[in-house]
Ligand binder design. Sequence first.
Ligand code: HEC
Length: 130
Amino acid sequence: MHLKFPMTLMALMIGATGMTTAQAYEGDWKRGRVYYRGVCTTCHTAQGSSPISPNARTMDEWSAYLKADKHAGGKDTVSQYVGKAYRDSIKESNKAAEKYADVPDEELMEDVRVFLLKGAKDGDSPASCS
Ligand code: HEC
């Protein structure tokens, strides 16, 4: 009789934890910042016309941009540069890509998203690119 209650409680707790994980992943802005600066900015500085600071746009503008998922004037997508395949292709020479090589695409995308929103012009802590 003594054992029954704790077991039930444990089952409930495991069930509840499982549910939260499946429901929503909360982005890690610190990881997003490392990735944005290490991968996105590195390329913008090398190939683009400017480094593209998070604080160059508002939260609404970033949300709309990421939702549309059209990058470099629609030439390709933002999600492609977050994806595992891209990380794999540059990880030999890129520390951030190597560090997060095994992070699921959706999680890393969410990390980058929360970093950009936080660093937006009207975000919690407007951030430049470096
Ligand atoms: C392989 C190089 C490369 C990588 C990696 C890259 N970009 Fe870009 N990005 C560009 C180029 C080239 C442009 C277009 C020229 C410009 O505006 O500087 C651009 C433009 C942009 C723009 C300006 C609007 C637009 O789409 O034209 C944003 C915002 C942007 N990139 C976000 C990102 C984010 C977020 C990541 C990382 C997840 C990323 N980029 C990764 C090369 C890259």
